[in-house]
Ligand binder design. Structure first.
Ligand SMILES: [Zn+2]
Length: 236
């Protein structure tokens, strides 16, 4: 079924071409469409599969750095800031917490190089937590045609960014306000922007939660880790 494209759709597609050419993340496009009032068109194009990266294409770990490297107060090099996105794991997925499926040794083996690569700073906002500097977050990609969930990589996040990623969980433990405020601060969004963004994310989540998902953990194989998780163990 062909989609009727108007001038506004073509504007989004033009930005998408630029994004692909420069290797930017999808959040870059989202941010621009938000500013230009093109979110409806963006969503329609996403649903039609005309915008966005196919699973596996981005390679998972922070593929497109958009900002310039920053220098911190003490002259240290800070990681470039990127847009903070929310990642809601569909309720029908096998599990959403890789850590609980692995032994402590395996988890340490995976996360140590991630923390080192990031210089123990958040890979999104460049910040650090007070109790511990960063936490390891697993990035999933979803193939909405085949309903396959792929582990795409791991990133180091400060506790506040990590909490915002798991907005559903944050809400369930009474931390929705803090998580939303952090999202607004890191992305320079108004609280209205945050609500609009979350609406699209929760819509996507409820659409994805209508399907059973297959699980692809082949990303772990080069690390010598082969796990067969049981369905239904959920941790948020
Ligand atoms: Zn952060």
């Amino acid at each position: 079924m062909a989609m009727e494209l108007d001038e506004r759709h073509r504007q989004v597609l033009g930005l998408e071409r630029l994004r692909r050419k420069r290797g930017y993340r999808e959040g870059w496009l989202y941010h621009l469409c938000l500013q230009k009032g093109l979110l409806t068109e963006l969503q329609q194009l996403q649903l039609a599969g005309l915008v966005g990266d196919a699973p596996g294409v981005t390679g998972g770990i922070a593929p497109g750095r958009t900002a310039e490297t920053e220098i911190g107060e003490n002259g240290e090099v800070l990681l470039p800031r990127t847009l903070l996105t929310v990642e809601l794991v569909p309720s029908t997925c096998w599990f959403s917490n890789l850590r609980s499926e692995l032994s402590k040794e395996e988890w340490d083996r995976l996360r140590r190089p991630i923390f080192e690569r990031a210089g123990r700073r958040c890979e999104v906002c460049g910040g650090r937590g007070t109790q511990h500097p960063v936490e390891c977050h697993e990035v999933w990609e979803y193939d909405d045609e085949d309903h396959a969930q792929h582990l795409a990589g791991l990133v180091a996040l400060c506790p506040a960014c990590h909490e915002a990623k798991h907005m559903g969980y944050a809400s369930s433990v009474g931390r929705a306000g803090q998580a939303r405020a952090h999202l607004a601060r890191v992305n320079s969004w108004s609280m209205d922007d945050v609500e609009m963004y979350l609406e699209t994310q929760f819509e996507q989540w409820s659409r994805r939660s209508q399907h059973e998902w297959s699980l692809d953990l082949s990303w772990l194989r080069p690390f010598g880790i082969d796990i067969n998780p049981k369905r239904g163990e959920k941790h948020g």
